[in-house]
Design a protein around this ligand. Structure first.
Ligand code: HAM
Length: 417
């Protein structure tokens, strides 16, 4: 029988004690991205299916096998976003980004891919992504990478490995494409069925194949990027030079093509030993997207990092989890009158910015103190009949156990935040 408390495979719940760490990651991203002039953009969770088909490329694994696609009531095909770039480009395609005006945006949110779930691979996962849209310049590619490294170091996920390559621009790829076809054609019979189809349709995708039987053939393939025409090679040299000037370590990986077809020029991926497997914590590059209804492609450079994977790396690096917020004050009530007074006090204190917990009904002193402990409240205030009469009661500071008798009316001023 299905366990009703379990969410669907490849998805997960985030409980309040974990949410604090997620939030801190998101807030660090916001802070770092702001330093580079990026503002937050929020686009729909689903888009018309053709946004992803045209945007990511029909030959990609994501489009062919992993999209959650459904029809709306009018019969139009919609898809839960498998990544953020295509939707962001769809939204900016109505702006002056199309006329070369630079836009700097970032996004944080859930993405959906129908992959086989495993550690670090989920069907609903969360990305923190960044896009610099509208302009083409090697310095922008390098800055995008530098910003990602800055963010990862800041959240305690330093020690990553940066892999870099170039996809060149389509006009410069022909000699490289010919060399790859020449290399794979005599071998393709011993390769997987997908790769046999890819040979003519999109030979680059072979380089991204994960099937065991294809790996030795891929490893022996020529270094395609070195065969690109000069403009693409020079662009990449400039990106590498700027990164070197900024002391950012990288390894050029001639097999790195990335899983999406919109990339041109620079592509990059970051891996971390803390993840164990081969999984990347982040990836990105420069792209050109040709979306429905657009008469020319929109260009940009950016990346996305998987939040679940970042959290796994932080765990592996023993970065402490962020404590969820605890109440400033727990109001203990001994008797109905005290409870009534505490309800009023709670309302007033909360409107003064002090977080307060108290029972909804009368409970024993012992049970209320247990709750205060469980919630890790910083102070406890104990009110009974005699305290109501005298107008004074005990305020206890929980970390050192010290206590003092204070006027009930002065409670607000005694809570040091
Ligand atoms: P991507 O490499 O497909 O690129 O995904 C980026 C990151 O999302 C991965 O490095 C990984 O950390 C995380 N990720 C991807 N799939 C999963 C999954 N099934 N479960 C958990 N985490 C996952 C993109 O999505 C591009 N839009 C990045 C980009 C932005 N390129 C240019 N701009």
């Amino acid at each position: 029988m299905a366990n009703n408390s379990m969410p669907p495979p490849g998805t997960g719940d985030i409980f309040p004690d974990e949410a604090a760490t997620w939030l801190s990651l998101e807030n660090t991203a916001r802070r770092i991205f702001n330093l580079y002039g990026y503002g937050e953009i929020r686009t729909p969770i689903f888009e018309f299916t053709e946004v992803f088909q045209r945007g990511l490329g029909n030959e990609t694994e994501v489009v062919q096998k992993e999209m959650y696609t459904f029809e709306d009531r009018g019969g139009r095909s919609l898809t839960l976003r498998p990544e953020g770039t295509a939707g962001v480009m769809r939204s900016l395609s109505g702006t002056d980004a199309m006329n070369g005006v630079e836009h700097r945006v970032f996004y944080i949110g859930p993405m959906f891919r129908g992959e086989r779930p495993s550690a670090g691979r989920r069907r609903q996962f969360h990305q923190i992504g960044v896009e610099n849209v509208g302009r083409v310049a090697p310095a922008l590619d390098a800055e995008s990478i530098a910003m990602l490294c800055h963010f990862l170091n800041e959240i305690g996920a330093g020690g990553f490995k940066l892999l870099l390559n170039t996809r060149g621009i389509p006009a410069d790829r022909k000699p490289a494409e010919d060399a790859l076809r020449e290399h794979f054609a005599p071998r393709v019979d011993s390769m997987c069925e997908d790769c046999r189809n890819r040979l003519e349709r999109n030979v680059w995708r072979i380089l991204d194949c994960k099937c065991p039987e294809c790996q030795s053939h891929i490893a022996a393939a020529p270094d395609a990027a070195s065969l690109f025409a000069a403009p693409s090679r020079e662009y990449f040299d400039q990106v590498c030079q700027i990164l070197t000037d900024w002391n950012i370590d990288f390894t050029v990986d001639p097999r790195l093509v990335r899983g999406l077809d919109y990339y041109v020029h620079t592509v990059f991926e970051l891996t971390h030993t803390g993840l164990g497997g081969q999984n990347a914590i982040a990836g990105g590059g420069r792209y050109e997207l040709n979306l429905p209804g657009m008469n020319r492609p929109v260009c940009g450079v950016g990346y996305a990092a998987g939040m679940e994977r970042l959290l796994m790396v932080r765990d592996a690096m023993n970065v402490p989890k962020v404590e969820p917020p605890h109440p400033d004050l727990y109001l203990v009530s001994l008797g109905g009158k005290a409870l009534e007074k505490n309800r009023k006090l709670a309302d007033e204190l909360r409107h003064n910015g002090i977080s307060v917990a108290l029972e909804a009904e009368e409970k024993s002193m012992k049970s209320q103190m247990r709750s205060a402990d469980r919630l890790k409240s910083r102070y406890v205030f104990i009110l009974g009949e005699s305290e109501l009469e005298s107008g004074e009661a005990v305020l206890k500071k929980m970390d050192d156990g010290s206590q003092q008798t204070i006027a009930i009316d002065s409670l607000k001023d005694m809570i040091v935040r």
